[in-house]
Design a binder for this molecule. Structure first.
Ligand code: NAP
Length: 546
């Protein structure tokens, strides 16, 4: 057990608490939460399953992993000193640099002393008599605390395809988010990648340069757009640093926390020339502008979306030499931006290489994995390495992995099976003193911006409680219902909510997850923040505090 802060104070001594608060997860969310709660003078302990800090950026070490949001919009904004001293080397930093950044944060704010690594939380049980949570780790050790805060991520439980024979493969194989820490040699080898989401795209475009032969098994293609990454020169970093205030202010004003936000015009309100010039500019610009900064109706109006999709389809046709391959890479079952847009760097050109082959597994499904490779309905392939870029049990997976029970032994999984509802994506009825950072029905987008907001909101609430010797917080049933209805209303009319993807909770590799759900908040950041602020201004009237 690591030591705890010396300026701590127990809140309810008779509960025999080990800690005032326990935070789960040492990613962007958990690290900041630990820092903020410690600043309140609390005894805080963070448990992390991995052997180091970083969360998403600790686990996802696959080649080519990098930010899709501008580095300087993705770091923490809370510390001027941190902003002053950290230089980003690229507009979209790579995973090793991001991991170094988060390790630097943990060092700088002396967070390691309150983090226990290799400590996966198995269960969390609420005791109403002592208003406390009891946490059990996989090794059997138990800890009691007043407040439990989860920073367990929305894309942290990988899912593998259910393909017969998957364990029989003799070569190396792994999911991208479990990429081994020791270096993996793929140079000159026969490699398969299954999956073409944002992760598959980043992996494919990177490893194709070194592998002997790459076979990409694609089920449904995605609409990808150029990232346009570039180095940040020292002078440019100076300018970025001078503009941090404006950068974060912009992020705080946009719909989803990115530097980009929708154009105020509609697609057909402008002339065709103007429209195409606008789209050409977006296609030539850095980052998510093409997705988040498009005409305001592109993600809502089917006709506008169709026109935008056709524009991108033509780009794919221009970039991929073989017309049949190009057609296979163009999505036919969903429009541009209705699933998360993978940003790419010469991804489409990868398919012009002699050593890369695209296999459409809707035409010729995979039948089995064998000791030597993969068999489709059409052919047998031999591989040295199989990479599964097959995604995650998104949003719910990291909660379902922990046995969480609330008042009267109510299991969170059962409650969410009945109805997935929360209050602000932070609290859950029947689960007092449990606070989620980016839980279901929270605002996703440029996540660090939402994380900082959520962490500060949770910290303020806990501060409010401790100042008044309050020891139990639970959102009222009415508050949960009202948030639930608001989430449903905000999700209406959005094309993305009518498409199967992790964002709508669909995962073909999990039983019972074929039906779409509203799993995230689709309103704007402004409306989300306003709602959260109103709760504070009302003195937390929608929470039962005692
Ligand atoms: P994903 O978007 O869910 O993509 C999974 C891919 O695997 C899809 O192409 C899917 O095909 C395929 N697949 C799944 N099961 C399969 C099966 N049984 N057989 C064949 N193919 C199968 O997962 P992801 O690419 O890991 O990305 C998830 C999210 O992580 C992204 O959307 C993004 O939010 C985040 N991410 C962020 C970054 C970044 O910021 N830089 C980078 C990577 C990922 P179907 O489409 O047909 O289901």
């Amino acid at each position: 057990m690591t030591q705890t802060a010396t300026n701590s104070r127990a809140l309810i001594p008779e509960a025999n608490l080990d800690f005032d608060a326990i935070v789960i997860g040492a990613g962007v969310a958990g690290l900041y939460q630990l820092y903020r709660l410690r600043n309140l003078g609390m005894r805080v302990q963070l448990f992390e399953a991995g052997t180091g800090v970083g969360g998403t950026w600790y686990w996802n070490r696959y080649p080519g992993a990098r930010f899709d949001s501008e580095s300087y919009s993705y770091g923490y904004s809370f510390s001027q000193e941190l902003l002053d001293e950290w230089d980003w080397s690229e507009h979209f930093a790579s995973q090793p640099e991001i991991l170094r950044y988060l390790q630097h944060v943990a060092d700088k704010f002396d967070l390691y002393k309150d983090i226990q690594f290799s400590s996966e939380v198995k269960s969390a049980t609420y005791r109403d008599d002592t208003r406390s949570w009891e946490i059990q780790l996989q090794d059997g050790s138990k800890f009691k605390c007043r407040f439990l805060i989860t920073g367990i991520g929305l894309l942290s439980q990988p899912t593998l395809p259910k393909i017969p024979g998957i364990d029989s493969f003799k070569g190396q194989s792994f999911h991208t988010s479990r990429w081994p820490h020791e270096s993996v040699s793929y140079s000159g080898k026969r490699v398969a990648v299954i999956g073409t989401g944002a992760t598959g795209v980043q992996t494919i475009q990177e490893i194709c340069k070194d592998v002997g032969h790459l076979t990409v098994f694609q089920r449904r293609p995605n609409w990808c757009a150029p990232l346009h990454n570039a180095k940040i020169e020292p002078d440019e970093m100076k300018e970025i640093r001078a503009g941090y205030e404006e950068i974060f202010e912009t992020c705080n004003q946009t719909a989803a926390g990115f530097l980009h936000t929708a154009d105020s015009r509609s697609t057909f309100e402008v002339s065709a020339d103007e429209r195409y010039e606008f789209w050409e500019n977006l296609y030539a610009s850095k980052g998510f502008g093409i997705w988040q900064g498009n005409f305001k109706d592109v993600l809502i109006d089917p006709k506008a979306n169709e026109a935008m999709s056709e524009f991108v389809a033509n780009k794919i046709r221009q970039r991929v030499e073989d017309p049949d391959t190009a057609e296979k890479l163009i999505p036919k079952d969903h429009g541009f931006g209705t699933r998360r847009v993978p940003l790419e760097t010469r991804y489409y050109e990868s398919y012009n290489r002699d050593n890369v082959e695209l296999v459409d597994i809707i035409d010729t499904p995979i039948e089995k994995v064998t000791p030597d490779g993969i068999v489709t309905t059409d052919r047998s392939f031999e591989f040295d390495l199989i990479i599964y870029a097959t995604g995650f049990d998104a949003i719910l997976g990291s909660y379902n992995k922990i046995e969480i029970s609330g008042v009267h032994g109510r299991r969170l999984k059962d409650q969410w099976d009945d109805e997935l509802s929360t209050f602000l994506g932070i609290q859950i009825n029947n689960f007092p003193n449990l606070f989620m950072i980016l839980g279901p029905h929270a605002l996703l987008g440029n996540n660090p911006r939402s994380i900082e907001f959520n962490v500060e909101w949770i910290t303020d609430l806990i501060g409010h409680m401790t100042a008044r010797n309050l020891t139990r917080a639970e959102a009222t049933a009415e508050a949960v219902e009202s948030w639930y209805q608001h989430v449903l209303e905000q999700g209406e009319g959005l094309l993305a909510n009518q498409i199967d993807s992790w964002m709508t909770g669909v995962n073909s590799n999990l039983d019972g997850r074929q039906k779409r759900i509203i799993a995230r908040y689709s309103g704007t950041q402004t409306s989300y923040r306003q709602r959260c602020n109103e709760v504070v201004e009302s003195g937390y009237a929608e929470l039962n505090l005692m």
